[in-house]
Write a protein that binds this ligand. Structure first.
Ligand SMILES: *Cc1c(COP(=O)(O)O)cnc(C)c1O
Length: 515
């Protein structure tokens, strides 16, 4: 029984919800205003005659519409979210409480600095924690996301090269397994990207990297732990080779969740690394909400950090806003209006202070333990892509599906029917039919056992050999079934438009006309 079998299209008490524009309610309104007497209209010919085309609804209908939509939103608060590469973990409510303190929530970036000393202290304290946890010389706090932090790091690197007369270096080397943001950022920063292959064991091919290190290379970007969930054990040797070639070493720190309290990033020879506060230091994310990507910098790059930054002088906090006046001349400029994602800073500092250094160290240990627990359990039926222990995430290939007629995508869709958000699929690209899972430290053994049991049962079902059709029909119980994902990616419809004949009017069913 699915929604397709009911007369209403609703399923149980889950209600099929049309777009607000499709509900033909543009004559209704949520407020009753008395007619205004004795008005003289002054707009003349400019007065709008046709309806404006905005939906109108009474207040209870508005409330229902948006509440129903919100209930369609799967989230970390409703269930396990094993997406690899995303660090979808529980967000302690204490962080939210702190972020909502009126002294934090109600300040404005144009307030005089004398009135926001506490907020500047929060920013400064968090900056100190990030440099202490990484051992790095400085940090640029303002980048608004991981990718933005990558851009900040590369712009520091570009400025440093230009300052040394090395502006001719145009190449950034990025491993095949890198997150898509790495090559995208390098391109945006004006560099040409060249790819470095991975070894069969899932690591960067150091020999191939070394062979490519010539004097046209500006930087090497390496993710550690990498996107295969493996620690790059040759990181220190890689950094030394990169430096010997006159280039800088960028480390993608989105996976810092596996290292906090255990690895001093500076000891790896890193020059720049962004930290996804919204992954490692807990934040509601995944719906495109605000994140933050502070970039920690080595002594060689710290002077090039962008404005603004907080300066502490004689017990008071100030803000260095202007390159060459209150910030050093080397600062490359500005990444963002104002200070950065302040609400994210408050949540991250709250998280860090609640856990303390011992708690942070335990969190990274538990994250790695949970991934290896899943790895061990699932290996009963699935095939891990790489031998040995993993870090905070585990990747399986699709060898175990060979000959079953079932693909990675079908397994992910069948998991939806079982009540689990799918893992990351077909990424990293270097693993055939990849299933990448990051359970994080905040999932209990009971949750991991339930997830593993569901996935193992599906695996056995797939291997029975005559179940491919059953898998192809999944998900059966979701409000939408298989979508045309290729078309959605290649021909996205970014703006809803009513069909011409209904424009601005009532009646008839307005359908998506844009194509
Ligand atoms: C998430 C992630 C990024 C990008 O971070 P955003 O905050 O989404 O911009 C970059 N690299 C890796 C490895 C990631 O997991």
């Amino acid at each position: 029984m699915t929604a397709a079998d009911t007369t209403t299209g609703n399923a149980g008490l889950a209600i099929e919800q049309a777009l607000i524009f499709e509900q033909n309610t543009d004559s209704a309104t949520g407020v009753d205003l008395a007619p205004v007497p004795h008005t003289r209209r002054k707009l003349g010919a400019l007065e709008r005659k046709a309806p404006i085309g905005l939906p109108g609804m009474a207040e209870p209908e508005v409330v229902r519409h948006y509440t129903r939509l919100s209930q369609k939103n799967y989230s970390i608060d409703t269930g396990f979210y094993p997406l690899g590469s995303c660090t979808m973990k529980h967000n302690p409510r204490l962080n939210e409480k702190m972020a909502r303190l009126p002294g934090f929530a109600e300040i404005h970036p144009f307030q005089p600095v004398a009135t926001v000393q506490g907020a500047l202290e929060v920013t400064d304290q968090l900056a100190k924690w990030l440099t202490a946890l990484t051992g790095m010389a400085g940090v640029a706090m303002s980048p608004a996301a991981g990718a933005h932090g990558e851009l900040c790091g590369l712009l520091c690197i570009r400025s440093a090269h230009e300052a040394k007369g090395q502006g001719h270096r145009r190449i950034v080397l990025v491993p095949e397994s890198a997150h898509g943001t790495n090559p995208a950022t390098a391109t945006l920063a004006g560099y040409q990207v060249e790819s470095i292959p991975a070894t069969a064991s899932g690591h960067v091919d150091f020999a191939a990297l070394k062979a490519r290190l010539r004097n046209d290379v500006a930087a090497v970007m390496i993710t550690n732990p990498n996107t295969c969930g493996l620690f790059e054990t040759e990181c220190i040797e890689i950094a030394a080779a990169v430096h010997a070639a006159g280039a800088y070493f960028y480390m993608d720190g989105a996976n810092f969740n596996a290292l906090v309290g255990r690895v001093r990033i500076a000891d790896l020879g890193v020059d720049a690394m962004h930290i996804n506060l919204h992954k490692t230091f807990s934040q509601p994310h995944g719906g495109g909400g605000p994140g933050a990507g502070p970039t920690v910098l080595s002594a060689a790059l710290a002077d090039f950090a962008p404005v603004p930054f907080v300066v502490a002088n004689a017990g008071a906090y100030g803000v260095a806003e202007h390159v060459g006046r209150d910030a050093g001349k080397a600062a490359f400029g500005r990444m963002k209006g104002f200070q950065g994602q302040f609400g994210v800073y408050v949540r991250s500092l709250s998280y860090i202070l609640a856990l303390g250094i011992d708690g942070l160290r335990q969190a990274s240990g538990d994250a790695v333990l949970n991934a290896n627990y899943l790895r061990a359990k699932l290996s009963a039926e699935l095939t891990p892509a790489f031998p040995g222990l993993c870090m905070h995430e585990v990747v399986f290939d699709d060898t175990w599906l060979k000959g079953t007629g079932v693909a990675t995508l079908d397994i992910a869709k069948a998991l939806i029917d079982e009540g689990f958000h799918p893992m990351t699929m077909y990424f990293p690209l270097v693993v055939h039919g990849a299933l990448l899972m990051e359970p994080t430290e905040t999932e209990s053994k009971a949750t991991l056992d339930q997830f593993a049991a569901a996935l193992l049962a599906l695996a056995r079902r797939a291997k029975r050999g005559d179940q491919a059709e059953w898998f192809k029909a999944a998900p059966r119980l979701a409000p939408r079934r298989r979508l045309d994902e290729t078309k959605a990616a290649r021909k996205p419809v970014l703006r809803w438009r009513p069909v011409e004949s209904h424009a601005g009017g009532n009646g008839g069913t307005a359908r998506q006309a844009a194509e």
